[in-house]
Design a protein around this ligand. Structure first.
Ligand code: DX5
Ligand code: ZN
Length: 224
């Protein structure tokens, strides 16, 4: 069954508590928190003070996506701030195996993230150790970008790898997930759908989440 993780990057930061409350009362499953440092990606989002505040009122797991250099330096603090799932970019992690185990030792689920140009084959020696693989379907840094269609083949490849190795990590996709792309994404094999603009962009947050989830679920019924 597909799950959705609204990205608060597209929320109204002047009324963040209201948006979190709407997510709490929606059918969304996780709350996706995008941490950007202006170095790994060309944008700066928010950091620990916001995360601590979100944790106080969130009633759903915090899915924290680090778009920062040297993510290993901050694993302990993200655990303290209440991250439930912590994902680091392969491109930012020269000692990925060590970082993945540091995340797990702190009691969080550990995820690895790939940029659009990074091959799934590079996961070969870490795939059995992660709880989640997050595939970027836009170049990270901003919300509201267009889905890169080539990402679908990466999802398929990853789903095949998982099947052939008998593993159970989750496949998450991030970037440009919307009503017009979600069907193909789910049919390709992704089950965790991050959505920023599609949930917070316009209209009612809870209704948007419900519609997106509905479209994702009906696509699983037509999966070949
Ligand atoms: C992009 C972030 C995403 C972003 C998705 O760098 O990692 O999580 O918020 O936004 P949409 O769904 O608008 O593409
Ligand atoms: Zn993200």
């Amino acid at each position: 069954m597909p799950l959705i993780a609204p990205s608060i990057l597209s929320a109204d930061f002047g009324n963040l508590a209201d948006d979190i409350d709407m997510i709490n009362r929606s059918e969304a499953d996780w709350i996706h928190c995008d941490i950007m440092d202006g170095r790994f990606v060309p944008n700066i989002s928010f950091g620990f003070p916001v995360l601590y505040a979100v944790k106080k009122i969130a009633k759903k797991p915090l899915d924290v996506h680090l778009m920062i250099v040297e993510p290993e330096k901050y694993v302990d603090e993200f655990a303290r701030a209440g991250a439930n799932i912590l994902s680091v970019h392969l491109e930012a992690s020269p000692h990925l195996h060590r970082t993945i185990y540091a995340i797990k030792e702190k009691g969080m689920s550990a995820g690895v993230v790939l940029n659009p140009h990074t091959s799934v084959s590079l996961l070969e020696n870490i795939i059995a150790d992660v709880d989640l693989v997050l595939l970027m379907s836009v170049n990270p840094g901003y919300g509201g970008q267009k889905f890169i269609p080539g990402s679908l083949q990466k999802v398929k490849t990853l789903a095949e790898v998982r099947e052939s190795l008998g593993l159970s990590f989750r496949i998450e996709i991030d970037g440009g997930v919307a009503l017009d792309t979600v069907g193909d994404i789910v049919r390709a094999g992704a089950e965790l759908l991050v959505a920023g603009n599609a949930v917070f962009g316009k209209g009612d947050v809870r209704e948007n989440a419900k519609k997106l989830l509905g479209a994702a679920r009906s696509a699983t019924l037509t999966r070949v």
